[in-house]
Each structure stands twice: as structure tokens, then as C-alpha cells.
Design a protein around this ligand. Structure first.
Ligand SMILES: [Ca+2]
Length: 486
């Protein structure tokens, strides 16, 4: 116990004497004996002690030696520790580097996670979109089916309307034929009345007609029934009746009658003739109504022969002069002809076909405006195709002073209100109120509405016009179409 206390005191002193000033003073205070013992002790230990302290001897057995050599050992340990520390620091740095690396990796991972989540949300969005589109497509298909059903219904309705229209057309045809037969009956009755009148009443002498100076001055009363029937078709007359009329005409030729009706000229030859040129060549130089029978045609027809103008021999196929005849007619009527032979009339497409089939014909269109100016357009060839080709127009070269308003219609089919063969989307006949070889629609409309006075006001160009002569809104006063062999 005492030894422990002594070592503790020595250590305390050693620490105190580390400070040089203090140590010196302490040495002085402890006495010379202590110094001598200390020097002896240092001498005995071979100079290895730096400081020697004398502690009370009664307690200690010898001198307490504090060797400073141990500090060298500590230094090497310190160095070793430092090296280890350095190593550890390096390791720490390495670890820190790794940590940093891991940190960046973690960040990367986080970024990837973020990206992945955004990708997920995008996929979800796309999926939703796709789902929506699928639903929409289904809706679209349903809508399409609905529209198809509607279309089918509409088509059925259209078919129904079309069949109704056909039925109406048939009914109209029946009514027209009924009207035609009624007209015939009326004509017969009129004839009977007339014959009864002629047997009862005395004969009347009258003046020749002023409006037709070229017509023969001998007229028959019977001819009246033929020529003053505005609505009668050419075909409505049976050939036998025509022949009867002709024979009556020749036998009663010397009986004068009402001058307002034009009749057949007295003929030297019996006829029928091939055409008006044939009539002229047979010596009949008077303009009037003649009975014709085209070659190879098993049909008789009546036509006005124009024998005084332009060397004569012209078969008149159409004439407009006073608006007394309605030209807005059906296919059948345009086919067979209609009107008054001494007034406004249309010879008939079927007759025209047979006439122009037998030889090469030329066409002359004579026109007169409301100021009395007369012009003409001539085509050096003219014929029609058969009905199976809709009486298609075939026209030659133009010459004349009216201007060419028909060549545009060349090679076109004939169109009427009930048979649309024109190139226009609608039916030109509906707008132009006639029958013609309409194109899209007309440069000439000689079968249109006859307007008085020239310029007319109408929703459509439906007057009797020849575009090259006064344009489309001027309705001509007089028009006639005539044909003659070349
Ligand atoms: Ca059309």
C-alpha cells in the first residue's frame, strides 16, 4: 500500500518537473542529499535516466527510474497507429466513394422508378384510350348499320315512287289515247254534220285565203275536218280515211268553200308520192298538203309541200307561226306527229326516219323575226337513226345567214318530257318546254313555247329560239323546217 502511494507521488513529481523552471526550484528545496543520490543513481544506470527524483527512502527500496526511451517506442506505435489510421481513412474514403457511388446508383434507381411509374401511367392512359377507341368503333359500326338500314329504306321508298310513277305514266298514256280516240269520234261527228249541212244548205262562194297565197284556190269542205283539228296526230287517221279524203278532194274540187281552211291542191297525178320533190317532179307546182308514202315504208302520211320557195320540192317537217299548237308533248306524239298541216305542226319522227332513209336529204331552217327579217340555215345532209337509237340526229355541213345553232345538237338523241335522252342531269325538255335533240340543253329550241313579240320573260329559256339569230331569250315569229333530196 505504501509502495503504490510512492509511485503515484513520483509520477506526480515527474509531471511537475517536466516544466523546467519549477523543477529547478524544487531541486533546490529538497536538499543536496537528494541531488547527490540522484546523480549517483544516474551514474549507476549508465546515463539512461534523464531525471532522477529522490523520494523518501523509508518507503522505497531503491531509486525510481523513469526511462524516456519508452517515448521512442510510443512514437513508433503512434506511427503504426497513424499508418493504420491513414489506412482506415483511406478505407473510409473508399467506403465513402462507394457510398457516393451507391448514392448515385440509388438516385438512378429512383429516377428509373419514377420513369417506370410515369411509363405505367402512360400505359394506363394508352389502355384507356384504346378502350375508348374500341367502344367508339363499336358505336361507329352501329351507326353505320343504322345508316345502311336508312339507305335501304330510302331505296325501297324510291323504288316504290318509281313504280308509282310508271303506273301514272301508263295511266297518262291510256288517257292520251282515249283523248285521241275521242278526237277521232268528234271529227267523224263533225264530218257527218258537215255532210248533212252540204246536202241541206246551198253552196257558198268565197274569197281565196290571204295568208296562204301559194295555195290552190279550189277547196273542199271535207278537207276542213282534216286540217283544222289542232290536236289530231298524223297517225290518228287511218290510211283508208286519208284515201277517202283524197278522193273526195279530187271529186269535189270545183266546189268553193270557206277560205279560212286550207285543203288539198287539185293534182294531175293520183299519188301518193315519195316526197314533195317527187310531187314537184310529177308536175304539181302548187304548195299544199299532199299524201306521201316513203319507199319501203308501209305507211301513208300527209305533209305540206313547199313548191314556190327556193326552187320548191321541200317537204315541211315542222312549222311555227302563231302559237296555236302546244308543242310540249310526249314521246309518242313526237313520234307520230301532231298539229295542223296548214298551220303549226310536227311531221313525226317516225315519218322523218322513213323519209330520210330513202335518199340523201338536206335540211333547211327558215326563220323570220318580229321585224320581218328573214334568214335561213341549211345543212347539206340530214337523216335520223331509228327509234331504237332514239331518232338520233345526223347532220351535215352548215351554210346560210342565220348562224349555226344546230350542229351542237348533231349526233344527239331526241328528248321529250317523258323520255330523257339528253346529256344534262335533269330533263332538258322540262325546262325548254318542247321536244328536241337536246344536249345540255339547247342552242336552238324550235319546238319551244311560241311567245308573241320577240323578247320574252320566263324562268327558263323555253321560247322558240335560234341562239345565233337573236339569242336564247328571243322567241321567233315564224319558223319552218323543210327537207329535200340533194
Ligand atoms: Ca338528262
Amino acid at each position: 500500500m505504501e509502495k503504490t502511494w510512492t509511485i503515484g507521488l513520483t509520477l506526480f513529481l515527474t509531471l511537475c518537473l517536466d516544466i523546467p523552471g519549477v523543477g529547478g526550484r524544487k531541486e533546490g528545496t529538497h536538499g543536496e542529499n537528494a541531488q547527490k543520490r540522484s546523480s549517483r543513481s544516474s551514474e549507476t544506470k549508465g546515463g539512461r535516466c534523464s531525471y532522477t527524483f529522490i523520494v523518501p527512502q523509508q518507503k522505497l527500496t531503491g531509486a525510481l527510474c523513469l526511462n524516456t526511451q519508452s517515448s521512442y517506442t510510443n512514437q513508433s506505435e503512434v506511427a503504426a497507429l497513424r499508418a493504420e489510421l491513414k489506412q482506415q481513412q483511406e478505407q473510409m474514403e473508399k467506403l465513402q466513394g462507394k457510398l457516393e457511388q451507391e448514392g448515385s446508383l440509388a438516385m438512378e434507381v429512383r429516377a428509373l422508378q419514377k420513369e417506370s411509374s410515369s411509363m405505367n401511367s402512360r400505359i394506363a392512359q394508352l389502355y384507356a384510350q384504346l378502350l375508348h377507341e374500341v367502344i367508339h368503333k363499336k358505336d361507329h359500326v352501329l351507326e353505320q348499320q343504322r345508316v345502311e338500314t336508312l339507305l335501304l329504306n330510302a331505296t325501297t321508298q324510291a323504288l316504290q315512287v318509281s313504280s308509282n310513277y310508271r303506273e301514272l305514266e301508263k295511266k297518262y298514256g291510256v288517257l292520251t289515247s282515249m283523248m285521241s280516240s275521242q278526237n277521232q269520234i268528234i271529227a267523224r261527228l263533225e264530218k257527218q254534220c258537215q255532210s248533212w249541212d252540204t246536202t241541206q244548205a246551198p253552196l257558198v262562194t268565197s274569197e281565196p285565203p290571204k295568208s296562204q297565197p301559194n295555195v290552190d284556190r279550189n277547196y273542199s269542205s271535207e278537207a276542213k275536218e282534216i286540217t283544222n283539228d289542232v290536236q289530231r296526230d298524223q297517225s290518228a287517221l287511218p290510211p283508208q280515211q286519208e284515201k277517202t279524203v283524197l278522193s273526195l278532194n279530187t271529186t269535189t274540187a270545183n266546189i268553193p268553200t270557206d277560205p279560212s281552211f286550207i285543203s288539198f291542191p287539185v293534182t294531175k297525178t293520183p299519188g301518193p308520192w315519195r316526197d314533195c320533190q317527187h310531187v314537184l317532179e310529177s308536175g304539181e307546182t302548187t304548195s299544199g298538203i299532199y299524201l306521201l308514202r316513203p319507199q319501203s315504208a308501209n305507211r301513208l302520211l300527209q305533209a305540206w309541200c313547199e313548191q314556190s320557195r327556193d326552187e320548191g320540192g321541200w317537204t315541211v317537217i315542222q312549222r311555227r307561226q302563231d302559237g296555236s299548237v302546244n308543242f310540249f308533248r310526249t314521246w309518242e306524239q313526237y313520234k307520230q306527229g301532231f298539229g295542223n298541216l296548214d298551220g303549226e305542226y310536227w311531221l313525226g319522227l317516225e315519218h322523218l326516219y322513213w323519209l330520210t332513209k330513202q335518199a340523201k336529204y338536206k335540211l333547211r331552217v327558215a326563220m323570220e323575226d318580229w321585224q320581218g327579217r328573214q334568214v335561213y340555215a341549211e345543212y347539206d345532209s340530214f337523216h335520223l337513226e331509228p327509234e331504237s337509237d332514239w331518232y338520233r340526229l345526223r347532220l351535215g355541213q352548215y351554210q346560210g345567214n342565220a348562224g349555226d345553232s344546230l350542229s351542237w345538237h348533231n349526233n344527239k338523241a331526241f328528248t321529250t318530257l317523258d323520255r330523257d335522252k339528253d346529256s344534262y342531269t335533269g330533263n332538258c325538255a322540262h325546262y325548254q318546254k318542247g321536244g328536241w335533240w337536246y344536249h345540255m340543253c339547247a342552242h336552238s329550241n324550235l319546238n319551244g313555247v311560241w311567245y308573241r313579240g320577240g323578247h320574252y320573260r320566263s324562268r327558263y329559256q323555253d321560247g322558240v329560239y335560234w341562239a345565233e339569230f337573236h339569242g336564247g331569250s328571243y322567241s321567233l315569229k315564224r319558223v319552218s323546217m323543210m327537207i329535200k333530196p340533194k
